[in-house]
Design a protein around this ligand. Structure first.
Ligand code: GLC
Ligand code: MG
Length: 544
């Protein structure tokens, strides 16, 4: 059968799809793609997994539940051409092929965000909003064991901003301590990470360093001289080795000594020919950086760079709580929020330098709650997080929104396991009604099952996390329309129970065929693989 499908991927021009079925070997289906990317004969073979638990024998008519897990290039002669395969099988096989290719990373067909070569690739024009947020006591509330405010922010960001906005974390932490924090707290993956008080800028998931920024910081900087001069102060205690960086020397100093030490040290370093910046934060930390460094300068540098590419964000919101965040609020055209729990030194800086600036507020809410508050205050976009909606089944949309669908389902899922869902049976039936009867779920362990069978199983985990610190959040949710009524949504799904975090890279195919926006989209395929480096010793505990 020949089926011509419109090709949604600009990088892959599919000119013809040929489906082949070998009656003798009922495990083999192949999809031949004639395309500009694959050299002829360009046959991609889908080798079907051993049958899913409840599958029937495969025939051309009931193949639509078959999804592949491996791929190989095959020669033409092994395939038999058959006619009369249903078109929906052609489409499903095509999706299956795409998912396999994408998950196996064998061909970067498209990867909006998760694997873009440079982080700005996914923007064709200016990002709508750029949030530049400090982490400790700003995005992350260390006094809230439930992590509620950051989780509220996460749901808001993923559902409403991720696709067209930029998330930047700007922390005093070194890469070592930053990575440690990510393992402890339910944090999203930022587009850009600024670490070590604006002295290290990295891009994307692979944290590719900005070499240009390193060059800028080398000016009038000599770490050896800084060490020599600081060693003469008995009031200064060195911070751990991990926090001493190429362009940052860090110490602890008591509040009452700070001002005096900073003044004298600054004079001595000037006398030695250096041009440095000394910053006091959190009533304890003292950082010495090159004059051109700091969180504010790093932001200014990014703005300039983005402007050069024609991608200057329409709005930027800076968020902080302590001394090293003050400079963020001095960058032109930036909105600023000092979270409610801001440190004395930041509030004092504000009182002395920016009291009448209407673009900077001191929020009523703590930490990420203050960020959400500021989005609303400055009218930067919607600031209603799905986490604040108690009955999500009431939150109907007037248009199809695959990303929102994903955020909602995983919120439901968390509530389900925490025993926070009322009318459990109604909920399960609803969930079933939005899953295709032939839809399959591929668990990260590789086990395949029908979505419907799987939902029946969910009964057993209802409330199993009651009273535990159990949370679910989705990260980097990107959706792409792959034909007129189908979307592929790709994201990281994370779970945390107490101290332990676990994550899977997830692909979901949803369809709007035959449903109204208010019914929600139909889930036709879910495929997960473990994210490297996350704990994987609780396979039995991972449901969706
Ligand atoms: C982080 C860093 C520390 C720095 C402090 C204030 O805690 O780990 O080195 O002094 O931020 O900037
Ligand atoms: Mg902070």
């Amino acid at each position: 059968m020949n089926a011509s499908l419109s090709n949604p991927f600009s990088s892959l021009k599919i000119t013809q799809i040929v489906l082949c079925f070998s009656p003798e070997i009922d495990q083999r289906v192949s999809v031949r793609l004639r395309s500009s990317r694959f050299s002829d004969p360009g046959v991609l073979q889908l080798d079907l997994d051993p049958s899913p638990a409840s599958s029937k024998k495969r025939t051309p008519q009931n193949l639509d539940h078959c999804f592949s897990s491996s791929i190989s290039v095959f020669s033409e002669r092994t395939n038999f051409k058959v006619t009369n395969l249903p078109i929906n099988f052609a489409i499903l096989a095509f999706h299956s092929l795409l998912i396999t290719l994408i998950l196996s990373n064998s061909i970067p067909l498209f990867s909006p965000g998760l694997a873009t070569r440079t982080i700005m690739d996914r923007f064709t024009s200016s990002p709508r909003l750029m949030i530049v947020s400090d982490l400790d006591h700003t995005m992350v509330d260390h006094h809230d064991p439930d992590n509620l405010s950051i989780l509220r922010f996460n749901a808001l960001w993923e559902a409403k901003y991720r696709h067209d906005s930029l998330l930047v974390f700007s922390t005093g932490r070194s890469p070592t301590l930053y990575k440690q924090l990510r393992k402890e707290k339910p944090m999203l993956t930022p587009d850009i990470t600024i670490m070590s008080v604006g002295t290290e800028i990295t891009y994307g998931n692979n944290m590719v360093p900005d070499e240009g920024w390193v060059e800028v910081l080398n000016q009038k900087w000599d770490k050896q001289i800084v060490s020599e001069e600081t060693s003469k102060f008995s009031e200064l205690t060195m911070q751990p080795e991990t926090e001493q960086r190429q362009h940052k020397a860090s110490f602890f100093v008591k509040k009452e000594k700070a001002q005096e030490v900073m003044k004298t040290l600054s004079e001595r370093l000037v006398n030695r020919g250096l041009d440095v910046k000394i910053i006091y934060s959190g009533g304890l930390d003292l950082d010495i950086l090159p004059q051109g460094a700091g969180k504010g300068q790093a932001l200014a540098y990014l703005h300039k760079k983005l402007k050069g590419e024609g991608k200057l964000p329409q709005n930027t919101l800076a968020c902080g709580d302590s001394g090293n965040d003050a400079e963020l609020f001095t960058i032109p055209d930036v909105y600023g929020v000092m979270v409610n729990n801001a440190q004395e030194e930041l509030l004092q800086w504000h009182a002395e330098n920016a009291k009448n600036n209407p673009k900077i507020i001191h929020a009523n809410e703590r930490c990420a709650g203050g960020i959400i508050e500021a989005i609303g205050h400055f009218k930067l976009g919607t600031n209603v997080s799905s986490r604040d909606v108690t009955d999500l089944s009431d939150a109907k949309l007037d248009h199809f929104d695959p990303v929102y669908e994903v955020v909602k389902v995983y919120l439901f899922f968390e509530r389900w396991r925490r025993a926070e869902v009322e009318n459990a049976d109604v909920y399960l039936n609803n969930l079933k009604s939005v899953c295709s009867a032939s839809g399959v779920f591929v668990h990260p362990t590789g086990v395949e099952q029908y979505l419907h069978d799987y939902i029946d199983k969910l009964k057993h985990c209802c409330g199993d996390k009651k009273g535990k610190q159990y949370r679910v959040w989705v990260d980097q949710v990107f959706s792409s329309q792959i034909d007129s009524d189908t979307w592929l949504v790709k994201f990281k799904k994370w779970e945390q129970t107490g101290e332990e975090q676990q994550g899977s890279l997830t692909s979901v195919v949803v369809s709007s065929k035959g449903v109204k926006p208010t019914d929600g989209l139909t889930w036709i395929h879910v495929h997960q693989t473990w994210i490297d480096g996350t704990t994987q010793n609780t396979h039995n505990d991972w449901f969706l």
